[in-house]
Design a protein around this ligand. Sequence first.
Ligand code: ADP
Ligand code: TRP
Length: 358
Amino acid sequence: MTPLPEPLPAGRQALPWGEGRKEDSPVANSPLFHYSIRMRVLSGFQPSGKFHLGNYFGSIRPNIEFQKKSDVSFFMVADLHSLTSLKDPEELRSSMRDNVLDFLACGLDTEHSVLFRQSDISEHAELTWILSTVTPMGLLERAVSYKEKVTKGIAASVGLFTYPILMTADILLYRTDLVPVGKDQKQHVEIARDIALKFNNAYGETFVLPEPQIQKEVAVVPGTDGQKMSKSYGNTIPLFGEEKEIKKAIMGIVTDSKEAHDPKDPDTCTIYQIHRLFLDLPGAKALAEEYRNGLPYGDAKRQLFEQCMEYFAPMRERRSILQKKEDEIHDILQKGAKKASGVASETLERVKRAVGLI
Ligand code: ADP
Ligand code: TRP
C-alpha cells in the first residue's frame, strides 16, 4: 500500500475544482497549513443497531467535533455497506431511523453538514463499478477487515470483498480531503487513496487524494466486562436506552473483590475508565484520587450512572422531541440527498468523460 507522506500535505494534490478549496491560498506553504486551513470532510457510519457509549466517545463525538472544523462536510449513513452484514430488512430500516435520530440528537448540525443516505445517491454504485475496473485484486486481498469479518462468521460475499471499493467511491465522489475514522478503518482510506492514484495515472488527474484523520486521543472504551465495548460482546452501555436499562448495565460492571473502603486503582478499574470520558483533566484527576482514597464500587457506579444521565440529558430530550417529527427528519434527508447529489453527479460526469463513456 502507498505509504502516507508525513506531515500530511492535506489537499495539496487536490485539483482546484469544487468550492471551498484553498490550495492557492497564500498560507498554503506555511507549516501551519495543515492545521489552519479548513477542509472538506466526509464521515461515514453503517446503520447497525443501537449505539453504545463506545460508539459515542470513540466515533460519534469526535466526528461531530471534527466536522465543525471543516469547510464543507458530508455525513453519510452507509446503508449499502450494511447489506454486507445485516440481512434483516426490518432491522435495517429501524437502525437507519434510530441512527439518524441519534446523530441529530448528539449535535450533528445540518446547517453545516450535509446529512444523507448512501442509497439515495445512485452515483455511489455506478462509480464503484468504474473504480473496480482499475482496482488490482491484490489490493483487496490485503484488506484485513475482510478477513476479520469472515473469521467472525460474516458470509464471504463478493460485496464484502469489494466493500473497500464502495467506500472509495463514497470518499472520492465528494472530493474529500480528510476522512475522520478509527484505526480499524485506516487501511480502507489508504486503499481509497491507492485506487484514486491508479485512476489518475490511467486517465489523468481526476480525483483528490484523501487522507485518513485518526482520532489519536480516543482510547478503546471498555465494556461492562472490561473488554472492548462492542455489540458483539453483549457488554454495552446503551447510549439512548431506557433509564433502567442503563442503570442495570452500569450496576453490572465487573470489578475486583476489594473491600468497600480499600484503596482502588483507577487505572485498572473499568468504572473509572468509563467515568473519566465524561470529565476534563482536572475532573478526572480528582475522581482518580477518590478511588485511591477508597471510594466503594457501589458508590462509584451510582456516580457514573448520575453522570451519564446528566451528560446525555439534553441529547435525550432533543431525541425525544425529534422522534415525534418524522416529517422533519424526512425533509433533512431529502435536502441532504439533493446537496450530495449535486456534488456526486458532477464528479461522476468528470469520471465518465475521463474514461470515455461520454
Ligand atoms: P461494535 O463493535 O459495537 O459493532 P462498530 O464496529 O459498529 O461497533 O463501531 C462503529 C465505530 O464506533 C467504530 O469504527 C469505532 O470507531 C467506534 N467504536 C466502537 N466501539 C468502540 C469502543 N469500545 N471504543 C472506542 N470506539 C469504539
Ligand atoms: N466502513 C466504515 C465503517 O464501518 C463506514 C463507511 C462507509 C465510511 N463509507 C465510508 C467511513 C466513507 C468513512 C468514509 O465504519
